[in-house]
Design a protein around this ligand. Sequence first.
Ligand code: C2E
Ligand code: MG
Ligand code: MG
Length: 538
Amino acid sequence: MMVATRATLRSWFYRPWFLAMIAAVLSAALLIAGGMFVAMRQVEQNESQAMNAQGERFLARLEQLFGQLRESLDDLQAQPLRTCDDEMIATLQQVTFNYRFVYEAAYKDGARMCSNRPRQEGLTVVRPPDIKGPTYSYWLNTTTEPDENRAALMLGRGNFRVATSRGHLTDMVDLSPGSSLLVVLDHGKRAIPVLGKEQTWPPAEPWPPKARDALQITQSRLIYRMPTDNPEYQLVLITPRTGMHMPAIWWWVVPVCLILGAFVGFFVLLLVRQRQSLDAELHGAIRRGELQVLYQPIFDLDSRNCVGAEALLRWRRPDGTLTSPDLFIPMAENTGQIRQMTDFVLQRLLEQLGQLLRANPQLYISVNLAACDVMVPRIGQVMAKLLTLHRVAARQIAFEVTERGLIDVVVARENLQALRDVGHQVLIDDFGTGYCSLAYLQTLPVDCLKIDKAFIDALGHDAASSGVAPHIIHMAQALDLKVIAEGIEHEAQAVFLSSEGVKFGQGWLFAHALSAVQFIELITRGRRLAGRRLDDEA
Ligand code: C2E
Ligand code: MG
Ligand code: MG
């Protein structure tokens, strides 16, 4: 039952469209979530920017306002008149002319009140001041009527009163509906609105007392505490949050994310399909004779004589396309077909070159092994049979293993040692690209290092003596290992490597991978490739 379920699950999982759907949904969700996050941040940033700007403008205006109100009171206090007469009214009028923000000025003579605006009763409030300072008294929000001309703030000194009008506060800053400008008194305990409606105070949200930011953003509102120097009161602007209405871009973010998700899904579908079909195609490749073995000659760098070759697989598909081993070898390693392929290479190479090898006992062919070939002793057995059949000496076949193929060192070492015991050479391929350390290398039964093409490339056209290659070479020499340089493309590289003591090399400078016929021709004619290059048969 369990097994059956697991099998069904697995088969589902390998369905291309299923994988594609998952990829599409996941990527669309991820994109939308990302977009949402960015949009929210944007909204919050815009909100707080607007609030900060509004707060700063209010503060500037309030400072101006309070400044003028106080100064006008000082002026009134300084002049000698102390009775309500025409002269007093003229003085009060003069003050309102002198100070732009003073809308109304009054003098309280006993029970009588005289003002520059006799018909209005703005300054007749009799309630005690909201703030009583040593010099000035403050009345806040003296009217709640939405009349632009009614007083919003009143200041008193002695018997004089001056007031500003609501319009002076709101002409600068638009207070959005639901917002309030509060004056907070009694060390934050009491809040009186100067503009706007009353607000619950103190806010439920905790406010760190030493917070540096003037702006506090809570779930439902923005609270801007204006940095005033006055210890008696604090000015606070409160605005409800504009809510989560998204910026305009949001409306096309969602469809774009969905489309992108669909694209991702489509690509995954294509990839999985392609991979699966490649997989299926590879299955019969050997049987259908689509695999070929080519031989890339290896040269003595001093004498420029060919000493051997590396067997390289090629997959020519029925439609004529040539698939790179870098693509199909890893696939074959996954599906286990690689064993068949290694056997095929060994068999084909002895069929094609058996005679040549018998005739040239110094010549050798090296064969690439996959990780799984190294983990079991099978290769040794297969090889032994083929060598007897074709009467070729074991030392004429070398094996290349990559550092990746040596994961289980104990098993690998045993099998490699067995191969060496019968006379094969063992090479480490692509040396330097894996994790092989010097200490590790010392314990491995190998004869030779192949320096990876990447390090040879690093030598550049004029073979600057820098780079990793010299270090690898010296290390190999210290360990008494032979060195073969891979991927030599320029004469300068060959000369430099030779001067560093590298004896062997292969690369397009000397020859591409050749067909068996071409390789046999190269050897039998004893052709010296003095500067000449043989081209890839493929
Ligand atoms: P590798 O064993 O390191 O083989 C060397 C690769 O470098 C070959 O590519 C060869 O054609 C290429 N090469 C040689 N000289 C030059 C040069 O001067 N310039 C450039 N740019 N490239 C050069 P190829 O044949 O495509 O093989 C790629 C890899 O596939 C091989 O790397 C090897 O790891 C793997 N491979 C090939 N055939 C087999 C095989 O029969 N069995 C196994 N297990 N792996 C194989
Ligand atoms: Mg190789
Ligand atoms: Mg290599």
